[in-house]
Design a protein around this ligand. Structure first.
Ligand SMILES: [Mg+2]
Length: 121
């Protein structure tokens, strides 16, 4: 399956547009976004040592991330924003800003004494 941002946006819009209520108002969508973020946090907590409460399942991270994506797409659609353009702009920003921030896999490891600021002379 290959899904573009445009495909996802159109599919969400087709679903929402069949209902008279349409998209949630912006503040309610923001509440939904926050709610889904909390659900992601709950799954991550369960995967990292927190025991689920009685009757609570461990959750499904893939579904919770997709829930967050759905709400994100709804927010973009309601505002007439282009998520593909936004994604491209965001990636260009981090590819420029963070180009040398992390250790690249194909670079030799810097010896510990150099990394600590010693041995420069
Ligand atoms: Mg959810």
């Amino acid at each position: 399956m290959s899904l573009t941002f445009q495909d996802a946006s159109a599919r969400v819009d087709a679903f929402i547009s069949q209902f008279k209520e349409g998209y949630f108002p912006p503040l309610l969508m923001l509440a939904r976004l926050t709610e889904e973020t909390g659900e992601i946090a709950r799954v991550i907590a369960h995967q990292n040592g927190k025991t689920p409460k009685a009757g609570e399942d461990a959750g499904d991270l893939e579904m919770e991330l997709a829930d967050l994506l759905f709400v994100t797409i709804c927010m973009a659609n309601e505002r007439g924003l282009d998520l593909e353009r936004g994604f491209e702009r965001m990636m260009a920003k981090i590819e420029r800003r963070d180009a040398t921030r992390w250790t690249k896999k194909d670079e030799p490891q810097e010896p510990a004494d150099r990394a600590a600021g010693e041995g420069a002379l």
